[in-house]
Write a protein that binds this ligand. Structure first.
Ligand code: AHR
Length: 512
């Protein structure tokens, strides 16, 4: 089976925003407690942060982490989580039917974010609360000093402002499952007033408004339209969320789901542009895909968790090989839409539907989905090139024609390299990929990283890493593939194994 792509230096989609490589930590299950934070663990530092987990987060080079929710934020009093730990109240968390001890809060999270070299995307509660608590939190975090809330931060040991630049105006406010869900008009009003006072407190911040909780939400489209009628002048981004499942065990259909993600992005971008036209505005609202992943493996187990326990093992999906392929296709889709999607958060980061898992008091390890995220985060920053694909298709009941090849390429000016990310959706056959690459001068094949396993249900555990990349380095990749110069272009020919995630790295040739 053959597929062809064409890349040219002059034809690009746009530059990646650094915040496209983000993730998410919610006060949910063991994400915080027993995940990033476990005082007493042999790997814990003086603040209780697990070094083994922090090192894996650093391997992922996560650019921004959304916090503290998620559904949790819609019932959260941020004041509960600051100040003397022994005086913090234990509360019921009605989002996940658990007990929240508040031993970990805003300042601890910001310290952890520094430790792992990531930025913070802070969400405010627009469920049970509103503009007043939101502006107070901005003042607490970002105001230098000399006011009630900034002095309180200083009295808690943080003399310098935290300087949080990116804020979410609530979470999934359209969802009946949300604590104090709002209609689009109610949300539009409360979010507008919150946005005004948050920006008056710190004009340098950027704000993300809630879009629909998922593409097939019955109110999709009308929710966005009403919310933007209210918020267009105050918000900077609109959010999208999506989770995919393979409950029917239809792997070809599952691998096609990224087409839905693409359609979702394009539709929301269109809605934002319609709002722009209606307002005759010069401002463009870009997109924040601040929750995306595969999520379904843990659904049954979650129904059996005892209510009102502290940090129970909720949403602990164990990811397999085919999930890694879907995550790879989703990452490619985000890159292909880098002109509109500026922020994206893999939901979530540790233990809860996460690339990193931990044992209490024990090991931390990489799930299958860790690898495509790491590859894109490490090699996918730069100029996303247009990447027209000519490939055979298969037919999916829901999406029609689905190309066997999903691919995109990113050019990195700094190190003069091109990285092609490609998924072969064909479960039986290898795919012979031909790429014509023009306008970059001579390039050389540097590396081919491949993630595949004949058993699509294979997964990793604390004991065994069954799914991990094999890396063909410079000398072996040149036996595996060919890159030659012809008529001013470079022609690449390389094989993609069945059902595989591939990262093909080209570097500027010495003779260029
Ligand atoms: O990421 C898990 C949950 O999914 C989040 O709390 C919520 O926003 C979404 O429904």
């Amino acid at each position: 089976m053959n597929a062809r792509i064409t890349l040219h230096k002059d034809f690009s989609i746009g530059e990646t925003d650094n915040r496209l490589f983000g993730s998410f930590i919610e006060h949910l299950g063991r994400a915080v407690y027993g995940g990033i934070w476990e005082p007493g663990h042999p790997e814990a530092d003086d603040n209780g942060f697990r070094n083994d987990v922090a090192n894996l987060v650093k391997e992922l080079d996560v650019s921004v982490v959304r916090y503290p929710g998620g559904n949790f934020v819609s019932g959260y009093n941020w004041e509960d989580g600051v100040g003397t730990v022994t005086q913090r109240p234990v509360r019921l968390d009605l989002a996940w039917n658990t007990k929240e001890s508040n031993r970990f809060g805003t300042n601890e999270f910001i310290q952890w974010a520094k430790k792992v070299n990531t930025d913070v995307m802070m969400a405010v509660n627009l469920g049970t609360r509103g503009a007043d608590e939101a502006r107070n939190l901005v003042e607490y975090c970002n105001f230098p000093g000399g006011t009630y809330w900034s002095n309180l931060r200083q009295s808690h040991g943080f003399s310098d402002p935290h300087g949080i630049k990116l804020w979410c105006l609530g979470n999934e406010m359209d969802g009946p499952w949300q604590i104090c869900r709002r209609t689009a008009d109610e949300y539009g009003r409360v979010a507008t007033e919150a946005a005004k006072v948050m920006k008056w407190t710190d004009p340098s911040i950027e704000l993300v408004a809630c879009g629909s909780s998922f593409f097939k939400m019955p109110s999709f489209g009308s929710w966005e339209t009403t919310v933007l009628d209210h918020l267009y002048d105050h918000a900077d981004y609109l959010s999208l969320h999506i989770y995919f499942a393979n409950k029917e065990n239809d792997t070809p259909g599952f691998l096609a789901r990224s087409l839905e993600m693409d359609r979702f992005i394009k539709t929301v971008a269109g809605i934002c542009d319609l709002a722009k036209a209606k307002k005759n505005s010069n401002k463009t609202i870009n997109l924040s895909f601040d929750e995306w992943n595969v999520w379904y493996h843990s659904n049954d187990a979650d129904t059996k968790i005892e209510k009102w326990t502290e940090a129970p093992p909720l949403l602990e999906d164990v990811y397999n090989m085919e999930d890694a392929l879907v995550v790879g296709c989703m990452l490619i889709t985000l890159l292909k839409n880098a002109d509109r999607v500026k922020i994206a958060c893999l939901a979530q980061l540790v233990n809860v539907i996460a690339p990193i898992m931990t044992e209490k008091g024990g090991k931390a390890w990489r799930q299958t989905i860790f690898y495509p995220f790491m590859d894109v985060s490490c090699f996918g920053r730069g100029t996303v090139l247009r990447c027209p694909v000519i490939a055979d298709n298969y037919v999916s009941a829901e999406y029609g024609d689905v190309p066997y090849l999903e691919a995109v390429a990113v050019y990195n000016k700094e190190n003069n390299s091109i990285t092609i990310f490609a998924v072969n959706r064909n479960l039986e056959d290898g795919l012979n990929l031909n790429a014509e690459i023009a306008g970059f001068g001579n390039m050389e094949l540097a590396e081919h990283r491949i993630l595949c396993n004949k058993d699509l249900k294979a997964h990793n555990s604390a004991l065994e890493e069954k799914v991990k990349p094999s890396v063909l380095n410079t000398s072996s990749v040149r036996q595996d593939g060919k890159l030659e110069s012809r008529a001013g272009s470079m022609l690449l020919e390389i094989n993609l194994p069945p059902a595989s995630w591939n990262v093909i790295r080209l570097k500027k040739g010495v003779t260029a």
